[in-house]
Ligand binder design. Structure first.
Ligand SMILES: [Zn+2]
Length: 1024
């Protein structure tokens, strides 16, 4: 999945700490039923607070959102829950029950007898009532069943639900689903039935599966032997979105059974599950559309199912629709049968074996462009009026499909591959097998308004989603803790494939930028290991953040560089072949690598230092004669200068590569592995300078001794092109990050970028502008306007020649065009006169032509932003926004509208987008990002988020990617203690959010801004 794309590289990274699998004993309080605990004093431990008795060892329990359920059911059993802090438990040891306790005890003998009888009785009742029935069968239970907790959650009807865990039992597996749906797009409801063929792996009496559908009216059960449908009872447990079906007979291991459920539900309006919306077409007519977005946990809201990725099955889908609509699903259409009242029933072929989150169906008015690729029909579907914008996507998808089939040495297994542009959707794109969905701007391309950046984004996202057809769809992670195997691989393949077949797009520049940004977030203490336990829906939702994508891809790039491209390809081909249609975890990937390396290198051991530890290393390099002394520690932004990091035990196996003034890049292919805290590299000769981490193929930051930094700075000034543009960008990134850490003076970072006047490439300039822009923004928001202007004057002076050379056209290579876009945007944003005059002239001409005159696409946003500064220009742009059908142009207009200096306009934009009628709600993130960055809107954005929090959460879901981004973008420029306290206080009152990692992350970012200012403000004032 591509969660959000307007600026997917700047999304926050956040995760829940791995704390779910503590092997701590459970603690149950029996004090509320005094006569039920007549234990000998020696058998109990007394907890001082609240005078509660503790009985240990009743099984593993995880503190999570289920506690409420557990608690209520525990009360039923005459129990209540305790504070579970292990510290408390430890402190409780040694306490003993007071002899004059709550029970009035006639004599010691009676007490012992009473104790024995009651304990035995309670134990027997609990065992009989609560253990799964398979416990008493010859075959016994699957291991997971045996660990079933003794304390049960309550079902919706008030009875005890027979399953306690968030994960489903593994005693029943689904084989095939037959899903019949009849949606009514105007009433936003649907009627449906699902028939599930299942197989019992162990004997059992009930079937537990997921369901979040609204009205289940009838459930029947049939065994393969009797072939007789029997109506059965179900029990619902809404909190876990589970239902239990009680079979009329024991389900026996190895036998197949069929469940059939009839139900109805609402079509969702919140962009997940089976969701619907209306839009207006080119003739202003209201139209309806429905689509699905199931990943990660929403298939269950469209049909009862075993909604975990490892429960793969096949699917037959039938949809009843009005005749003007097209219905699409994962598989090609098998038949279309006209029914009464203008309805048509479409049936799709049975699918390949796949996970529920990949199931998809769409109903709406659509047209398509198609092309056959060796027996697979590739189609781009859009609403009818936009099919003319689909050519570029079709061409791209065809090339990429051919590339992947060759590279993976596995044919794409379906007869069709549809890519559909959805008029209103929250996810950037979703890789449903055979039916990939996109936001319109990530699939459609309008020749007159799509910039080179728009085309790159579209190409990358198609590449990402098609890579998922293998990584994710064919081979799937067993559980969401390993989502990086899906997303890291798809992201890696996205850049890798584009380097191979669309080299001219220079997408490596975007990847570098993404790596720099993710490392910034990965150096916070609120970061998480790449592979992290995730159980609740909040934790699973948070796994879909930039860390899984970009860090995952960066580690694969590092491994590919270390092992060589051939070895890497062999290993992943082997991995895909070995696990096709199966479910895997990280170890399966490393095993394939170890098989190919023939155990000469333990890839698993090496890579686990990267996937199981959070953060990344700082490699410090010191050159002495021909020797290079290297050492590693964790790069940790909260580290105080000169002090050791708190977690000194961190150790990575780092592939170190380097280049020096004595050789060119091709002479340094080999790398050495630093798997200890420190090591020495022999350079064989004395050199003038050394640059470690060639082309930033490794996921680490490098710090040099003073002399070595000086030598590099001098080399850049003398001739920067001796180093690659990736290395120049890497040096700029590393020195500014180290300055943030206090390892180098900020002034030295500015010394390094003094060479920028001779810079010709996009990546180093973008990186320098990112860091200087951030400093400018922090200064400006604190009111240090003079200092901020001096800073920008300095940067402008460095880049003035390059800015002067730019023309207001779309000429040149993609990289040159992006550089032009970056430089002119910079010049106009900081109000450079020539830039603003030229942009205003273009805007006036464009407005005079009523928006018909074409503008150069790469500078269109800059032109609109300058034009939006006037009242007339702003209103004209808004009118235009409502009448055009190019999403690329709409986004450019929206960005310009959101840079207005009129707070009323800004408020109106945010409000209108939240309402979702004129501006789609998913674009709100984009608006808030722009509003929050500029001065008048800076505080307004956060105020808006606070005021509308409940509405935002209802519409966008608190853990979603888009909410993570909205919170981060509206707070990341705060740098005062007052703001820190305010944000903190706000989230303390939002219990559903306060637990989430991204909230911890934004608080940490504000703290770091405060520290940064305290550390650097004085020296900036002094030398700027
Ligand atoms: Zn993805």
């Amino acid at each position: 999945m591509e969660p959000f794309t307007n600026d997917r590289l700047q999304l926050p990274r956040n995760m829940i700490e791995n704390s779910m699998f503590e092997e701590e004993p459970d603690v149950v309080d029996l004090a509320k039923e005094p006569c039920l605990h007549p234990l000998e004093p020696d058998e109990v431990e007394y907890e001082p607070r609240g005078s509660r008795l503790l009985v240990r060892g009743l099984g593993e329990h995880e503190m999570d959102e289920d506690e409420e359920d557990y608690e209520s059911s525990a009360k039923l059993l005459g129990m209540s829950f305790m504070n579970r802090s292990s510290g408390l438990r430890n402190s409780a040891t040694g306490y003993r029950q007071s002899p004059d306790g709550a029970c009035s005890v006639p004599s010691a003998r009676t007490m012992v007898v009473c104790a024995f009888v009651v304990v035995v009785a309670v134990s027997v009742i609990m065992v009989i009532y609560l253990l799964p029935r398979c416990t008493f069968t010859k075959e016994g239970c699957h291991k997971k069943n045996q660990s079933i907790e003794l304390i049960q959650p309550l079902a919706a009807n008030g009875k005890l639900f027979p399953w306690t865990q968030i994960r489903l039992p593994t005693n029943i597996v689904p084989l095939r689903y037959e899903l019949n749906l009849h949606p009514n797009l105007t009433s936003m409801t649907f009627r449906a039935s699902v028939t599930i063929s299942v197989q019992a792996l162990q004997d059992t009496w009930n079937i537990i599966l997921h369901s979040a559908v609204q009205n289940i009216s009838r459930v029947t059960f049939m065994s393969a032997v009797s072939s007789q449908e029997k109506q059965v009872e179900i029990m619902q447990h809404p909190r876990h979105e589970q239902i239990a079906i009680f079979a009329p007979e024991a389900l026996l291991a190895g036998h197949n059974y069929t469940l059939k459920m009839e139900y109805s539900s609402n079509i969702s309006s919140s962009y997940r599950g089976f969701y619907g919306f209306s839009y207006t077409d080119e003739s202003n007519e209201k139209k309806y559309f429905a689509a699905t977005q199931f990943e990660p946990l929403a298939a269950r809201s469209a049909f009862p199912c075993f909604d975990e990725p490892a429960f793969k099955a096949t699917f037959i889908i039938r949809i009843i629709r009005d005749e003007q609509y097209t219905a699409l699903s994962n598989m090609p259409k098998k038949s279309s049968v006209p029914l009464e009242d203008g309805l048509v029933k479409d049936e799709f072929f049975e699918s390949v074996k796949m996970s529920t989150y990949l199931v998809a169906f769409i109903v709406g008015e659509m047209k398509n462009l198609s092309q056959d690729v060796n027996g697979t029909l590739v189609s781009i579907y859009t609403v009818p009026e936009k099919v003319g914008q689909a050519h570029h996507a079709l061409e791209t998808a065809v090339k990429l499909l051919e590339f992947y089939q060759n590279y993976f040495e596995i044919q794409y297994p379906l007869k069709k591959l549809d890519l559909v542009a959805i008029p209103d959707s929250k996810a950037g794109a979703m890789e449903n097998w055979g039916l990939v969905t996109f936001r319109e701007e990530t699939l459609l391309c309008d020749d007159n308004t799509s910039s080179v950046a728009d085309r790159k984004l579209m190409t990358k996202i198609i590449a990402h989603e098609l890579a998922h057809q293998w990584f994710g769809n064919l081979v799937t992670m067993r559980w969401w803790n390993d989502i990086w195997l899906n997303e890291g691989f798809a992201t890696f393949m996205e850049y890798f494939s584009l380097e191979k077949i669309f080299k001219e797009l220079s997408t490596y520049e975007d990847f570098l930028d993404a790596q720099f940004k993710i490392m910034k977030k990965d150096s916070l203490s609120s970061s998480r290991p790449l592979s992290t336990s995730a159980q609740t829906s909040g934790q699973i939702g948070e796994m879909f953040n930039a860390l899984s994508y970009i860090k995952g891809a960066s580690l694969l790039l590092m491994l590919k560089t270390f092992l060589s491209e051939d070895v890497f390809q062999h290993a992943i081909v082997l991995y895909l072949h070995n696990h096709s249609y199966g479910s895997i975890q990280s170890d399966d990937l490393w095993d394939s690598f170890n098989q190919v390396t023939n155990q000469t290198l333990d890839v698993k051991k090496m890579m686990e230092t990267w996937t199981l530890q959070k953060g990344f290393p700082l490699v410090t390099v010191q050159r002495k004669g021909k020797e290079l002394f290297v050492q590693q520690e964790r790069f940790f932004l909260n580290m105080k200068p000169g002090s050791q990091p708190s977690d000194a035990s961190y150790l990575w196996h780092i592939p170190l590569s380097y280049v020096t003034d004595r050789g060119n890049y091709s002479e340094y292919p080999s790398v050495s592995l630093l798997d200890k805290k420190a090591g020495v590299i022999n350079l064989t000769e004395e050199v003038g300078w050394v640059k470690v981490n060639i082309n930033m193929n490794g996921y680490y930051i490098v710090h040099y001794a003073d002399d070595d930094w000086e030598a590099l700075i001098k080399q850049l000034q003398r001739n920067p092109h001796v180093l690659s543009d990736k290395d120049r960008a890497n040096l700029i990134n590393n020195i500014f990050e180290l300055a943030g850490l206090g390892k180098v003076p900020l002034q030295r970072a500015f010394d390094l970028i003094n060479y920028l006047g001779n810079e010709t490439h996009t990546a180093p300039i973008t990186e320098a502008l990112f860091h200087t822009g951030l400093i400018y923004n922090l200064l400006e928001k604190l009111g240090h306007m003079d200092l901020a202007s001096r800073l920008m004057a300095r940067v402008f002076k460095l880049l003035q020649n390059q800015i002067k050379q730019q023309t207001w056209t779309d000429e040149g290579t993609p990289s040159m065009r992006e550089l032009r876009s970056v430089l002119l945007r910079f010049a106009c944003t900081y109000k450079q006169e020539n830039c603003c005059t030229a942009a205003m002239k273009l805007f006036d001409d464009w407005m005079a032509s009523n928006g018909t005159q074409s503008l150069p696409t790469d500078v269109m946003t800059t032109v609109f932003k300058v034009g939006a500064k006037t009242e007339k220009g702003w209103s004209f742009l808004l009118k235009k926004y409502n009448s055009i059908d190019s999403e690329a142009e709409k986004n450019k207009i929206l960005e310009a509208l959101a840079t207005s200096e009129d707070v009323q306009k800004l408020y109106w934009l945010m409000k209108t987008s939240l309402d979702g009628d004129i501006i789609e709600t998913p674009k709100l993130y984009f608006i808030i990002r722009t509003v929050g960055r500029h001065f008048p809107g800076h505080l307004l954005a956060w105020d808006f988020v606070k005021e509308n929090w409940n509405k935002l959460v209802k519409k966008l879901h608190v853990q979603s990617y888009i909410m993570q981004s909205i919170v981060a973008e509206s707070t990341y420029l705060f740098s005062t203690k007052a703001h820190l306290s305010e944000v903190q206080a706000f989230f303390e009152n939002q219990p559903e959010a306060n637990e989430l990692r991204y909230v911890q992350e934004v608080l940490e970012v504000i703290q770091l801004n405060i520290h940064w200012m305290e550390k650097n403000l004085k020296s900036l004032t002094w030398w700027l």
